[in-house]
Design a protein around this ligand. Structure first.
Ligand code: HEC
Length: 411
């Protein structure tokens, strides 16, 4: 809807998109990087050998060399007897990742709901309704997840059950999102939904719990271990969400996945593979430290799922077609101009040139031949959500034409 207002507004939105995406990737690296580091650190600690450290209450330490310096982080069993004057807190990495991510999602999907979010063949609804439903996924998942943690998750020994229930909710959400939204948007939405919950875990549980512990210590009161346990539970969930969320965020580039006929299952399986692979890393740090063999089974099961999905989605072998009378290149070119005019021009013209691509003149069509072929025939990413209902036959005509012009140009 914004794209009609004027080309300069589109340009401003492009810049907002660029700056938000850049910032989002930077802060997400800082967040996930520090999260990976602390999980690794926690699982790699060894009991201190120096009795003075034990005396201080240190339960585990690690020696590392990095960037020309030697580091010796120490983890206290409970809290240190005395709090240092400066205590570094890790939360801006998480909050800024959510803020930039939500900003980007707004600029891309919510402002352009009719182009990106809505697929009229799935669900013909107004942009406002679609945006409302998308936001509902972000809030709804958090509420259900949080409720599960506060009920099932508080009973001892129910961690596995809680994991299964959370996974079931993700599967249900993935299925629903793929029934309602364009594939690309649905995948991203599920990623955003899980990432929102990760940040909410930090905001509502992990940091407030740590603040209560610090406040109790400053008041000289006994520290209730429940805050640490609850924070840890959320933090463990966040660890398993990381790889699935990163796939969902990158999935936009892979129409073979987002546009598959059971795309919800593709999403769920690839995310499951990510969680299993993450589990391999978490478990490996522990076994390595105990001198045991790495638990390769977890990584292998993740890899097997990915292989299974790859085989499942492989394109069918082309069926040999009966010999057709040869069509002249000129006749194909006439047909292609007609197809582009009917199926693409609406969104790629002199006034509205999405991604800077215009097919307003025959020269422009020829100039973009390779990109037209790539987007409409190979990836089938265009027309966007097949808004203009191009047919398979028309895609094939573009393919034939491209084969002619590209071989004609070859030396
Ligand atoms: C309903 C609107 C719409 C229609 C119809 C449409 N496109 Fe697009 N096209 C877009 C949008 C939006 C983008 C930008 C996508 C993005 O940013 O990922 C785009 C991007 C592209 C790009 C650039 C892709 C890239 O990443 O470099 C090409 C090439 C393209 N379209 C070709 C076509 C062709 C060929 C057709 C017709 C067969 C077509 N488009 C029909 C909306 C449309």
């Amino acid at each position: 809807m914004w794209a009609d207002v004027g080309p300069w507004l589109g340009y401003v939105l492009d810049w907002a998109n660029l700056l938000l995406r850049w910032a989002h990737v930077i802060v997400a690296i800082a967040w996930i990087g520090s999260s990976f580091y602390f999980v690794w650190l926690d699982n790699s600690l060894t009991p201190p050998t120096d009795p003075a450290l034990k005396d201080k209450g240190v339960g585990g330490e690690l020696w590392a060399v990095h960037g020309g310096g030697f580091y010796n982080p120490q983890k206290y069993l409970g809290a240190p007897r005395q709090l240092p004057a400066h205590l570094h807190w890790f939360y801006w990495e998480s909050y800024s990742t959510w803020l930039t991510g939500f900003g980007l999602f707004t600029v891309l999907y919510l402002f352009n709901a009719s182009t990106f979010l809505i697929d009229r063949q799935l669900m013909d609804w107004s942009p406002l309704a679609a945006v409302g439903a998308a936001l509902g996924f972000l809030g709804g998942f958090w509420l259900i997840y949080d409720l599960l943690c506060r009920t099932v998750g508080r009973r001892p020994g129910q961690d596995a059950l809680l994991g299964v229930l959370v996974f079931a909710v993700v599967v249900l959400a993935a299925w629903l999102a793929c029934q309602w939204f364009a594939g690309r948007a649905a995948f991203l939405l599920i990623g955003a939904m899980m990432a929102t919950t990760m940040s909410a875990n930090v905001f509502f549980w992990i940091i407030p719990g740590q603040r209560k512990v610090v406040a109790a210590m400053q008041a000289g009161a006994p520290v209730d271990p429940v805050h640490g346990q609850r924070g840890k539970q959320r933090s463990v969930h966040n660890t398993y969400f990381t790889l699935p969320v990163l796939f969902a965020m990158l999935s936009n580039h892979y129409p073979f996945a987002t546009g598959a006929s059971h795309n919800w299952l593709v999403l769920v399986l690839i995310m499951l593979a990510g969680a299993l692979i993450r589990h391999f890393f978490v478990a490996r740090h522990k076994t390595e430290q105990a001198g045991l063999r790495a638990p390769w089974g977890w990584a292998a099961s993740g890899a097997l799922i990915l292989l299974g999905v790859a085989i499942w989605l492989a394109p069918a072998a082309p069926t040999p077609s009966p010999a057709k009378p040869a069509v002249s290149t000129q006749a194909l070119w006439m047909q292609v101009q007609g197809i582009v005019g009917q199926r693409c021009l609406m969104c790629h013209n002199a006034q509205l040139a999405n991604k800077g691509v215009s097919f307003a003149t025959p020269e422009l069509i020829q100039q973009h031949a390779q990109r037209i072929y790539q987007q409409a025939v190979v990836l089938k990413a265009m027309p966007m959500n097949n808004a203009t209902q191009i047919t398979e036959r028309e895609r094939a005509v573009i393919g034939q034409w491209y084969a002619r012009v590209s071989s004609a140009k070859a030396p």
